[in-house]
Design a protein around this ligand. Structure first.
Ligand SMILES: CC(C)[C@@H]1NC[C@@H](O)[C@H](O)[C@@H]1O
Length: 442
C-alpha cells in the first residue's frame, strides 16, 4: 500500500531516505544555461575559503553568477563583459545566442553511465530566472528562446533510458527576473532576493510544474525558499512525495526540512550519523568557465579521494559538469568522469550499496588516509596514498585475510601490533586508492 503524506510537517517527517539514494553514492550535477555563453568568471577561491562578503561577490568564481557579477558594475566579470560585449549589452541577449547546436542528450547519458553515476541533477532555473523547460509561467525559457527545445524533458528521457535517476535543481529564493538588486553579501542573498508574495507563488507554481511534468527523483532546491511562501511548503513537499514516493529533497528550504544535508566546496557541515551530499564543480565554478583549463580543475586522484572520503562518512558525491553553450562537454571534464567510472568499475563493490562503518577514517602523519565501508558482512579498507607510489600503514584492531579488489594491486598484509599492516607496492588500475575486502567484520 503506497504511503500517503498529509501536508503537515509531522507527516513529512515520517519520510525515510530511500534505499536508491543511500546506495547510489555518486551523482552528476549539471549547470547549463545562458551563463554558458559568456562562460567567464575570475578564478579566485573555493566557496568557504573566504567570507561571503563584497570581495567574494564582486570577484565571484561562479560563472553561473555572471548576471550578478556584471550587475555589480565593477570587478573582473564586469570588465570582461564591457570589453567583449560592450557596456549596453544586456544579459537577456544571451537567450538568443544559446543554441545548444551540438547537444546530444543520449551521448551525455551514456557518458554519465560510463562514469558510474547513479543519478543526475540538472538546473531547471538558476538564479538568472531562465528556464530550461517549457514553463507555463514565463516565456523566458529554452522552448521559446535559444535552443527551442525542452532541455529538461529531453535529458530526463535520455538519463532514464540509461536506467539512471533524474533529479532537478531549482533556484527557490533567488530569481533576478523578479528582484535584481546586486547581491554583495549573504544578507542580500538570503533576505532581500525576491521578497514578494507574487514571486513566492511563482516559485511554488513552477515547482509544482516540475514535479507534475517530470516526477524527479531529487528535488534540489537552492539557497532557500521564499519566506512569503513557507506556509505552502508542507503542501508542496507532500505533493512531491505523493507523486514521487522514493523522491528526496535537500536541506535548502530555510532549514525547515530535509532528507539530506548539503556541503558545497568548503561551505556547510556533514554529520556522518545522517545522510548528506557533497557537491562541487570540477574547478571553482559550476557553470562552464572557459578559463578553467585542465591544469586548473580537480585532479583525477583528488576526485577519487573526494568520492571515497565522502562515501566512507555517509555522504554522496554530486560532482558538477559545466557543459559549453553548444552542448559539448569539455574534454578535461569528460576525462575525469571516465577515470572515476574506471575506478568504480574495479572498486565499486566497496562503494555502491555500502554503508558507513562504525570505524572512523584515519589520517596518518604523512597525509595517507584509510577509510572504511561495510556491506553484506564484509569490511572494506580503502587506502588513499595521497600521491605516493607505495605506502605502508598499520590499521589498528583489524585481523583476517585482506584481499585487494583490484587484481593488479600488489600488496602484502601482516598481523602486527594488534592490527593489520598493509604494504602497497603497486596501485594497479586503482589510481591512488587501493581497496581491500575483509570477509569478517572485526
Ligand atoms: C551547489 C550549487 C547548486 C551552487 N549553489 C549555490 C549557487 O549560488 C551556485 O551558483 C550553485 O548553483
Amino acid at each position: 500500500m503506497k504511503k500517503r503524506y498529509a501536508s503537515t510537517w509531522e507527516s513529512l517527517k515520517e519520510h525515510q531516505v530511500p534505499q536508491w539514494y543511500e546506495d547510489g553514492k555518486f551523482g552528476i550535477f549539471i549547470h547549463w544555461g545562458l551563463y554558458s555563453v559568456p562562460a567567464f568568471a575570475p578564478q579566485t577561491w573555493e566557496l568557504g575559503e573566504v567570507p561571503p562578503d563584497e570581495t567574494w561577490f564582486s570577484n565571484n568564481p561562479y560563472a553561473e553568477w555572471y548576471y550578478n557579477s556584471i550587475h555589480v558594475g565593477y570587478g573582473p566579470s564586469y570588465d570582461y563583459h564591457v570589453k567583449k560585449y560592450g557596456k549596453d549589452f544586456k544579459y537577456e541577449q544571451f537567450a538568443d545566442m544559446w543554441k545548444a547546436e551540438k547537444w546530444n542528450p543520449a551521448e551525455w547519458a551514456r557518458l554519465f553511465k560510463k562514469a558510474g553515476a547513479e543519478y543526475v541533477v540538472l538546473t531547471t532555473k538558476h538564479h538568472d530566472g531562465f528556464c530550461l523547460f517549457p514553463s507555463k509561467y514565463t516565456d523566458y525559457n529554452a522552448s521559446k528562446r535559444g535552443p527551442q527545445r525542452d532541455i529538461v524533458g529531453d535529458l530526463t528521457d535520455a538519463v532514464r533510458g540509461e536506467n539512471l535517476r533524474m533529479g532537478l535543481y531549482y533556484s527557490g529564493i533567488v530569481d533576478w527576473t523578479f528582484a535584481d538588486d546586486p547581491i554583495l553579501n549573504n544578507d542580500d542573498l538570503f533576505h532581500t532576493a525576491s521578497p514578494t508574495f507574487a514571486y513566492a507563488d511563482y516559485a511554488y507554481n513552477q515547482s509544482m510544474e516540475l514535479i507534475d511534468r517530470y516526477a524527479p527523483s531529487v528535488f534540489w532546491n537552492d539557497i532557500g525558499w521564499p519566506r512569503q511562501g513557507e506556509h505552502n511548503l508542507p503542501y508542496l513537499l507532500s505533493h512531491y512525495y505523493n507523486t514521487v514516493e522514493d523522491g528526496v529533497v535537500n536541506d535548502r528550504f530555510n532549514d525547515l526540512y530535509y532528507d539530506f544535508t548539503t556541503k558545497e566546496y568548503q561551505s556547510g557541515s556533514a554529520n556522518r550519523r545522517e545522510k548528506w551530499e557533497m557537491c562541487r564543480g570540477m574547478g571553482l565554478s559550476f557553470g562552464y568557465n572557459a578559463m578553467e583549463s585542465d591544469d586548473k580543475i580537480i585532479s583525477i586522484e583528488d576526485a577519487i579521494s573526494l568520492l571515497v572520503s565522502t562515501v566512507a562518512n555517509n555522504g554522496n558525491l554530486l560532482l558538477n559538469i559545466g557543459p559549453r553553450a553548444d552542448g559539448t562537454i569539455p574534454e578535461e571534464q569528460e576525462k575525469r568522469l571516465l577515470a572515476i567510472g574506471e575506478w568504480l568499475g574495479v572498486n565499486g563493490e566497496a562503494i555502491y550499496g555500502s554503508r558507513c562503518s562504525s570505524r572512523e577514517s584515519i589520517k596518518y602523519t604523512d597525509q595517507i588516509q584509510v577509510h572504511f565501508t561495510e556491506r553484506d558482512g564484509a569490511l572494506y579498507v580503502l587506502i588513499d596514498a595521497k600521491g605516493k607510489s607505495q605506502v605502508s600503514v598499520t590499521v589498528p584492531g583489524l585481523s583476517g585475510n585482506a584481499v585487494p579488489l583490484d587484481p593488479k594491486v600488489e600488496a602484502d598484509t601482516a598481523k602486527i601490533d594488534g592490527g593489520l599492516r598493509f604494504t602497497v607496492k603497486n596501485f594497479g588500475d586503482s589510481q591512488n586508492v587501493a581497496v581491500f575486502r575483509l570477509n569478517r567484520i572485526m
